[in-house]
Design a protein around this ligand. Structure first.
Ligand code: AMP
Length: 399
């Protein structure tokens, strides 16, 4: 089955065509600057990347151009659009109602809309993408895969915040967790890769990218996750603060005469390693280079990032009363050997030993720990599009 995977942002749209039998990507690309002017990037696998400037007033025009590129007689990978049998959409927030991937119908659309309050930047854009596909490819099944689904198996004592119950009852304020598609994919791949028992295993997945989060996965179910109601909680991130004392917000707002919205913008966009490195960069390649050249703020940023990861790993070992495997993924987890080394340096008490030579590797699947390490540590590149494709095919076939 050929599946079109769509990941819509407010002004962008990433897409891939995946053949579900071979699990190979046949073409991929991105539409950018939607609503401004518009630029389509299209790359068939093994072919040249094409970049075309074309007007995209809305996501409808963007998807129309993607579909045209896919069936272009010269460079397209499809003979006709009939070959697309399903469309899988990445959707940020499923709210309390959408706890697993769903074939899109009116009820699902209404629930995604309702959860827009919790994902104001993403859910409306995700819905625009779904509606555009419904309009341009009528009759084809659209499947919504939620970033929050994987976190819906948390026990209540893990997902409830210790604030008055009325806020949970009225607004469903709880821990949801994000990057769920990645955590689900990588935890399953870890179990397969290491030959663990899906029904009797304890895995910690560290998804370390510009946004970063950790999950504890016991017997294939997520039992805790570091992001909360929104993706701001948890680890130190590229520009997000992660955990902090909520009283800091009041203190800064009062002293700097700013409101809570501005404070939240600062915590989302001007914090994290970007802030700790004194505004140098949110990119670990820049931070590593600066640290090697003696920049102490860059060194502090990297150390604070790794320390927070290690603290969460420790917490999740307690959450599961043990751990069999720890896996690194995401742009940083897959590539930054220095981060893996610094995180693992805090975890010697678990009997973890790292193979220095293996740690030189990047961007591929490998075991990072030595043979005698008590916990197996690995690196497994995430593939959210493939995870969405698998979910989509499973739901369409079960129809
Ligand atoms: P992601 O959000 O998962 O795409 O990860 C993006 C981040 O990965 C970038 O901002 C960098 O911090 C980091 N990254 C990507 N490639 C490398 C690399 N070769 N070495 C160190 N960090 C990297």
């Amino acid at each position: 089955m050929k599946v079109l995977i769509i990941n819509c942002g407010s002004s962008s749209l990433k897409y891939q065509i995946i053949d579900s039998e071979s699990e190979q990507v046949e073409a991929k690309g991105i539409c950018e600057r939607i609503g401004l002017d518009g630029r389509l990037t299209y790359q068939p696998t093994g072919g040249e990347k094409e970049v075309t400037d074309a007007p995209m007033p809305t996501h409808n025009e963007a998807i129309t151009l993607v579909l045209k590129a896919l069936v272009n007689p010269k460079t397209g990978v499809l003979k006709s659009l009939d070959e697309i049998q399903a469309i899988g959409h990445r959707v940020l927030h499923g709210g309390a109602k959408l706890t697993e991937s769903r074939i899109v119908d009116d009820e699902v659309i209404a629930a995604i809309d309702e959860a827009s309050d919790l994902g104001p930047l993403h859910n409306p854009a995700n819905l625009i993408g779904i509606r555009a596909c419904q309009k341009l490819m009528p009759g084809k099944p659209n499947v919504a895969v939620f970033d929050t689904s994987f976190g819906m198996t948390l026990p209540e004592y893990a997902y409830r915040y210790a604030i008055p119950t009325k806020y949970y009852d009225k607004y469903k304020i709880r821990r949801y967790g994000f990057h769920g598609t990645s955590h689900s994919f990588v935890s399953k791949e870890t179990i397969k890769f290491l030959g663990l028992d899906p029904d009797n295993s304890k895995v910690i997945v560290c998804h370390l990218g510009n946004g970063a989060s950790i999950t504890a996965v016991k017997n294939s179910k997520c039992v805790d996750t570091s992001m909360g109601l929104t993706p701001l909680e948890g680890l130190v991130m590229g520009t997000r603060s992660g955990d902090l004392d909520p009283a800091i917000l009041q203190y800064i707002c009062n002293h700097e005469k700013i409101d809570i919205n501005e404070m939240l913008r600062i915590l989302n966009k001007e914090s994290g390693v970007m802030a700790l490195s004194n505004g140098l960069s949110s990119d670990f390649r820049d931070l590593e280079e600066a640290m090697d050249n003696g920049n102490t703020a860059a060194g502090l940023a990297i150390d604070a990032f790794c320390y927070r990861v290690a603290k969460y790993v420790g917490a999740y070992v307690a959450a599961m009363n043990g751990v069999d495997a720890i896996t690194f993924t995401g742009g940083i987890g897959e590539n930054a050997g220095i981060v893996r080394k610094k995180v693992l340096a805090h975890l010697g008490y678990l009997g973890i030993a790292m193979d220095e030579e293996q740690n030189m590797k990047r961007g591929e699947r490998f075991i990072l720990s030595t043979k005698d390490s008590k916990v197996t540590v690995s690196v497994i590149p995430t593939n959210e599009e493939l995870a969405i494709c698998r979910e989509t095919v499973a739901l369409v076939n079960a129809q």
